[in-house]
Design a protein around this ligand. Structure first.
Ligand SMILES: *Cc1c(COP(=O)(O)O)cnc(C)c1O
Length: 362
């Protein structure tokens, strides 16, 4: 039985008529260069005042950090275990990422380890809701308030997740979303957005992404070109209507994996008060290479998120970190395996994956 890690084709086929009509509508209207209608839909969905579409999730982080006035000489707290884009956004804005280890249960930024990393140069904390599980926002917001720090949420993996009933992306000063095709809410190409209740910040980010301009050919500063195009906006508006149903299915798949695998390997769990939207289902095994080879041989897609923690990635060698400073992120990196996770998985496919993992996992 073939089980794809993600299955964008199955998802497309499940919504083909409405998707084809939405894309055709953009082709007819030729409204290619912005996505105002999706911005409005997504702002309503999140319950925030402003959503600004940008070119991709990495741009969203770079642009947010820059427009918050964070740059050279500033430090920004960043989890050790995340995709490099979180740290890239900080670095490209001219600031320095300061890595903090994750907690061993949920793999998110460990609030107990944040304060030791704060210096007089610290300006912000990036809270990543990794794998679709909300970071522990209550202590993070408390620390930020005490130390007068900005909070930037990286919501690239957590569309629709909630923490104590409140949507991820509505806690911090600004939230950054990716709509990379494989994300829980994915475009048919690159896309991203910034969400914020701060009108001035939203205007600045919109201008930055449109050549420093919000009036044609009046350029108030040197910007860049980073916008969410019309076709992607139309695609995302169609998918947004299905997002909560898809998340429910991901949650059911995770529960089925958990029940089937909890006695076999370390399975991921959801912290109290969270709606975890399971962008990734990451188990820990002691014989990862063997497990991955076996799964691949059976036609089961799997991945590693992430094989090399950021502090020990070549791109950050100049910061001089050692693996021993990040016992959780660096101690688990060679045990993590991500199993197939998407809303179109059937129970039969999930059971097949469970059975095959059981045969090899140690
Ligand atoms: C995917 C991702 C990003 C970057 O998004 P792109 O749209 O690919 O640039 C940022 N942060 C995290 C945690 C991600 O998973």
């Amino acid at each position: 039985m073939k089980v794809n890690f993600v299955d964008l084709r199955a998802q497309y086929l499940s919504i083909k008529p409405e998707m084809d009509a939405a894309i055709a509508g953009i082709l007819e209207s030729c409204a290619f260069v912005n996505s105002k209608s999706f911005e409005k839909d997504f702002a309503e969905y999140l319950g925030v005042k402003n959503v600004v579409g940008v070119g991709n999730g990495t741009d969203a982080i770079c642009m947010a950090v820059h427009c918050l006035g964070i740059g050279p000489g500033d430090e920004v707290i960043c989890p050790a275990n995340t995709f490099i884009a979180t740290a890239e956004g900080i670095g490209w804005a001219g600031a320095t990422p300061v890595f903090v280890d994750c907690d061993p249960l949920y793999y998110n930024l460990d609030p107990a380890k944040i304060e030791a990393a704060i210096t007089p140069r610290t300006r912000a904390i990036t809270a990543v809701h990794l794998y679709g599980q909300p970071a522990d926002m209550e202590p993070i917001m408390k620390i930020a308030k005490e130390h007068k720090l900005i909070v930037i949420e990286d919501c690239a993996q957590s569309h629709g997740a909630t923490y104590n009933g409140k949507k991820c992306g509505t806690f911090g000063d600004v939230a950054c979303f990716s709509f990379y095709p494989g994300k829980n809410l994915g475009a048919y190409g690159d896309g991203g957005a910034v969400a914020t209740n701060n009108d001035e910040l939203a205007t600045q980010i919109r201008k930055l992404g449109d050549h420093g301009s919000n009036v044609k050919y009046r350029h108030d500063f040197e910007g860049i070109n980073s916008r969410l195009d019309g076709i992607q906006g139309a695609v995302l508006s169609v998918k947004l209507k299905h997002l909560d149903t898809w998340s429910d299915r991901r949650i059911a798949v995770a529960a089925r994996y958990g029940a089937g695998l909890k006695d076999v390997c370390k399975v991921p769990t959801t912290a109290p008060g969270r709606r975890h939207v399971w962008h990734l289902y990451v188990i820990q095994v002691n014989n990862r290479d063997e497990v991955m080879k076996h799964l691949n041989d059976q036609g089961i897609g799997c991945g590693i998120h992430y094989p090399v923690p950021l502090p020990v990635t070549p791109a950050y060698a100049h910061l001089g970190y050692g693996a021993e400073q990040f016992p959780v992120a660096c101690g688990t990196a060679d045990k993590l395996v991500s199993l197939p996770m998407h809303a179109d998985l059937t129970d039969e496919q999930v059971d097949f994956v469970i059975a095959e993992v059981k045969k090899v996992a140690k």
